[in-house]
Write a protein that binds this ligand. Sequence first.
Ligand code: FES
Ligand SMILES: [Fe+2]
Length: 353
Amino acid sequence: MDAGALPPFPLNAWYAAAWDHEVKRELLPRTICNQKIVFWRRSDGSVAAVEDACWHRLLPLSMGRLDGDDVVCGYHGLAFDGHGRCTRMPSQERLNPSACVRSFPAVQKHRFVWVWPGDPALADPALVPDLHWNDDPEWAGDGRVIHVNCDYRLVIDNLMDLTHETFVHHSSIGNAAVAETPFVTTHGDRLATVTRWMTDIDPPPFWRAQLGKPGNVDRWQIIRFEAPCTIAIDVGVAPAGTGAPDGDRSQGVNGYVLNTITPETNGTCHYFWAFARNYRLHDQRLTTELREGVATIFREDELVLEAQQKAIDANPGRPFYNLSIDAGSMWARRLIDRMIARELPPAAQQAAE
Ligand code: FES
Ligand SMILES: [Fe+2]
């Protein structure tokens, strides 16, 4: 079986479904991995996630309302709790015991609500991807979610190869050094990294402003991919020659670009991102400025990604060609494909190897 015949994403994984503040005491419908799900927050603060289709006549439950911790269907009033069990049938004397809707494991961590669309028995909260910088008191930042009309893997390709900064983001974070400096790639079973050190370079405008000092810098970009769709990028600059490549970053400024890209459908995704920094932690104005600045930069990516997806759709079967810059994204896709293959029936797993 060639990789193109595999499903596009594994189901046995935690996917970011929402920022924590998006899930309130009201119904939030969202499609995750082709499954329509409705989310709400229970009165104890925990998150409920059930299939967004009523057991009775399939009306989306998100068209109903919340009553206490239960969702009440907006058609004939059946109520379901967060485990998907029917708790009320207004026109029946007794509850039909088979009345239930599917529920999904959901947890809140690192300021995101995560949902597990696959086998609930495998939903181990310890497997939530590491984005701890998003709520660590030693880091400050904020982010957003954007909806992008492309296969989530195109966003991963984009983030695993930052040479595109030179061409897509030349007015902010890109300069010739990114495209010209070699990088090192490593990989394990779930993780892949791409490390690039640009020493003694003239910094691009964004980093010049963050550092607030003149002169050349040592700049780093250390990209950490966690399968299937989370990427944390350790980025920063320090005055050239102050020891950053050897581990002393004390003279520099450090940020993390946090990204987790959740498939909505095969050709669309929810892209959650944040930028966290370890300097001027209580400067809310800087937090807002950075969030808005990164949003503008990502808008440039969005235009490229959606145009790329349109071209892919218009040219079915056209292959991608790989350059040496694609080593990181090739590893990311390999790790994703391995996760997908592990979910296939045994005979299909052999064929996929
Ligand atoms: S469709 Fe939901 S109660 Fe009838
Ligand atoms: Fe970009």
